[in-house]
Ligand binder design. Structure first.
Ligand code: NAD
Length: 485
């Protein structure tokens, strides 16, 4: 692949109000995932850099918590407005550094603005209660008031697949609730998070209330999340790293909110609208090049409709276009790295070894995986229950909905699920039985309304994120009791 003219943009960390390089002098190069062009460098932060941010954060937390809620909301709204103004620049950078299509990147930037604005609004409704305590014998003349207070200093660790949107979910919520936040961006595509941080600072967030320490997870992320001086860590990423974060936080009695991996089921019943099901299966698997926690990862089709569904899906998968993520006609761009594509290639090979039939695609070219259609059975994937993070459609036939639900629930994960049926009773029953944070009826897995309580059952996470939920988690209740009034 050719390398274009290489602009040298040096991005710096934001620590204690200063734009900083790494104390080691080391940098990480961030490259376009299609042509390898250098987009810029970020500092490879050290544990000492992370510690400086931790030391500066309490002042930021105090200053921001003392800022009136209406002012905090105004700052977040101004930042959201600026994200809309900068939409084209932010989307272009996100698409280049991540590899997701420009259309997907625009969608993510639009969501980012909406989420920042949504949390600004939610921050204006952090109310407590007035509780007359005559509900309990002996306390007849007492009155209890509850107020919600910020947690303090929070650490936010962001994954590569939705760096802008998940930054907004973490930073927007933390700031709206009056906390200070130290962000650790993903190392493969951090630039959009640096740009968003600059927008928030310019909008009026004090530098000490929002700091960014870039670098590798096992160094910077590890140091920040193991600090006994933070109040909470909010992490989105793999279940493996989530377990490390939980252990670090647990040792220090620090709250850990974890949004982790998934292996979502997509169930097609005998009475399903197959046009809708095929459409949603495609949309749910190619979105962000298949690198989505809630992607359609295990498609289960009831036997009587299996052949028809498989044939329709085969035609659609074979027609998907891979290519430059900037090309509006591209369906699937490059994965985040050649190493990530090699992992998917190996998972396809292992599935075939276990008995899967590769019907379409599956070859690797650099960071590209040709969209693959894999016919599997219960010995494959479900037995190993591995998350495949790429454009791989794994399909298996099942006897009926009950069998599909049992297989869905056999997974150690439980993020989202999708069920296609025209029978309302069946739909509700399936919705109640499937162990997942969101069950979508006649829609795909990659479904996340801003207000939904988004989060995992089982090894997919701890806690719920969403406009109506995160602020409860990112704040704490204090009760003030008036006796004898
Ligand atoms: P990852 O776990 O490899 O990395 C996530 C972040 O953690 C990165 O910023 C990384 O630098 C950091 N990190 C790595 N090691 C660390 C350590 N020891 N201590 C602290 N931080 C560390 O995940 P990824 O590859 O960036 O993202 C893909 C994974 O994220 C998938 O499994 C996907 O399902 C999951 N994900 C989940 C959700 C959700 O909401 N549940 C959303 C998006 C992605």
């Amino acid at each position: 692949m050719t390398t274009q003219a290489e602009p040298q943009v040096t991005y710096r960390m934001s620590i204690d109000g200063q734009a900083r390089e790494s104390s080691s002098g080391e940098v990480i190069e961030v490259r376009d995932k299609f042509d390898g062009a250098l987009l810029g460098t970020i500092p490879a932060g050290t544990a000492e850099d992370a510690q400086e941010a931790l030391d500066a954060a309490p002042d930021g937390a105090r200053a921001w918590a003392a800022t009136p809620a209406h002012r905090r909301a105004a700052v977040l709204k101004a930042a959201a407005a600026q994200v809309r103004v900068d939409r084209d620049v932010l989307s272009a950078m996100l698409s280049a550094e991540n590899g997701k299509t420009i259309a997907n990147a625009r969608l993510e930037i639009d969501t980012t603005a909406r989420i920042l604005e949504g949390f600004a609004e939610e921050g204006l409704r952090l109310f407590g209660q007035t509780v007359p305590l005559d509900i309990q014998e002996g306390l007849e003349s007492d009155l209890m008031l509850t107020v919600r207070e910020p947690l303090g200093v929070m650490v936010g660790i962001v994954p590569f697949n939705f760096p802008a949107e998940l930054y907004a979910h973490k930073v927007g919520a933390a700031l709206a609730a009056g906390n200070a936040m130290i962000v650790k961006p993903p190392e493969d595509d951090p630039i959009v998070t640096m740009m968003l941080t600059e927008i928030l600072h310019r909008a009026g967030v004090p530098h000490a209330a929002l700091q960014v320490v870039t670098g590798y997870g096992h160094i910077v992320g590890q140091h920040l999340s193991s600090s006994p001086d933070i109040a909470a860590v909010t992490f989105t990423g793999s279940t493996e790293v989530g377990a490390i974060i939980a252990a670090n936080a647990g040792r220090n009695i620090v709250r850990a909110f974890l949004e982790l991996s998934g292996n979502d089921a997509f169930i097609v019943c005998d009475d399903a609208d197959l046009d809708a099901a095929v459409e949603q299966a495609i949309a749910g698997r190619v979105y962000a090049n298949g690198q989505v926690c809630v992607a359609t990862k295990r498609i289960m089709v009831v036997r009587s409709r299996y052949d028809e569904f498989l044939e329709r899906l085969r035609v659609r998968v074979a027609a998907l276009r891979t290519g430059d993520q900037r090309d509006e006609a591209t369906d699937v761009g490059p994965l985040i790295s050649v190493a990530a594509a090699r992992t998917v290639e190996a998972q396809i090979a292992a599935s075939v070894e276990q008995g899967a039939r590769l019907l379409v695609g599956g070859t690797r070219d650099g960071a590209f995986i040709a969209p693959a259609l894999l016919e599997i059975d219960t010995r494959v994937g479900i037995a190993t229950d591995e998350e495949i993070f790429g454009p791989v459609f794994s399909v298996l036939s099942v006897g009926d909905l009950d069998e599909a639900i049992d297989l869905a629930n056999a997974s150690r994960f439980g993020l989202n699920a999708a069920v296609f049926t025209s029978d309302v009773t069946r739909a509700i029953q399936a919705g109640r039985r499937i162990q997942a944070g969101i069950v979508s009826i006649n829609g795909g897995n990659a479904y996340r309304p801003d207000v939904a309580a988004f989060g995992g059952y089982k090894k997919s996470g701890i806690g719920r994120e969403g406009l109506g939920y995160t602020l409860d988690e990112f704040s704490q209740v204090k009760s003030i009791v008036l006796r004898g009034v």
